[in-house]
Design a binder for this molecule. Sequence first.
Ligand code: ACO
Length: 442
Amino acid sequence: MTQVDTLEKTNTKSDTVTLIDNATGKQYTFPVLHGSTGPRVIDTRSLYSETGMFTYDPGYTSTGSCDSKITFIDGDKGILLHRGYRIEDLAENCDFLEVCYLLLHGNLPTKKEHEGFVFTIAHHTMVHEKLRTFYNGFRSDAHPMAIMCGVTGALSAFYHDSTDIRNPRQREIASHRLIAKMPTMAAMAYKYSVGEPFVYPCNDLKYAENFLRMVFAVPTQDFKIDPAVARAMDKIFILHADHEQNASTSTVRLAGSSHANPFACIAAGIASLWGPAHGGANEAVIRMLTEIGSVDRVGEFIRRAKDPNDPFRLMGFGHRVYKNYDPRAKVLQKSAHEVLDALGMQDDPLLKLAIELERIALEDDYFVERKLFPNVDFYSGIILKAIGFPMTMFTVLFAVARTVGWIAQWQEMIEDPMQKIGRPRQLYSGPAERPFLPMEQR
Ligand code: ACO
């Protein structure tokens, strides 16, 4: 029984809304569903059959597309929960693979379950040797996200034994493969772009450490992993692991609703994430801070951000859902200090600038009235830049982390007995039917 079925049974008569069609005077009543937390939801599934009308909601600002038990956001209070746990607690106390297990299975792993999961993921990190040859087909200046779209989709051509979406074991293996191979493929995209040899994964290392080694190690010298940097990388992965029904996750669900294989669906998610309105904002923050240049120019840029005639916006500020401090930004602010301290970069001018910009904006009526707070991208770029990643890799790192969220949401959709192919309707405003004109009469 799905959550929706259960909820329908517990609905009382007053849990309904009535729609009055003023054109015909007819009344229609729809059930109201109650989630475990969050706003009530009007069940409009019978709207078209009963009324002959569709809803119109571009950007889906008022539309719930699915029934999900994975992630909950209260944007007004600045709360993000995964399976009921606060993101701050997970970031402080868990490692990334614990959070992956939680997202996939619904509960935090026991010690034994964690060890088993770590072992499984570690033993799927290598990619098929033939996949390496795909990289050589790209130009050396190819954007790593372009490479990631291509090679992730190409996994479907290598792992035929985990593309039967009706087989639960195959779905599980595909999930493990995607979580395990994504860092390997991302590191290879980076190595290819800088002309260095690929570094094979190392099963003895933790997820974030292994990734850092694959990115930064070279065959000519030992690679030492700074524990503060590895912890910061792990936190960045945790903070980006899932975020409810955002654009890329909805893309994965929509692609998967046609029963496309999971590798193809995740490639679709990567394509959606690539857009600057979604996964690309942390890169934009660094560009903005670099353009501002010094603390004494902050006022000028704040003025520009407030000017309705100037298209400039404070990058890393504001969010469609959060109308309070993004809880992930709080964790990353602390983490930025820890990483820069560990790397001896306490006086990093970008961090100083970011802190000053945040201080001034949070005291300014314009930002206060519009509830514009720093979002997750405000500090993540500073950390990633300090670690040594080029800006083109920022969105790739987001994709590595979000893969578990995408695949958990995809699994949930496939296992939902109410699942149907996603097929939105439209408000048609083109020409009504008209007679065909032969070419000589046009
Ligand atoms: N700087 C200055 N003003 C802003 C900003 C900003 N960053 N964000 C919103 N505003 C203003 C708008 O101009 C608008 O003002 P008005 O009411 O006077 O017209 C008001 O605040 C509401 O803004 P909207 O654009 O309607 O809010 P929306 O929810 O559509 O946009 C968005 C959210 C796209 C994130 C926006 O805040 C923005 O562009 N921020 C900067 C880019 C950014 O940091 N994106 C990352 C988002 S997090 C993520 O995707 C992982």
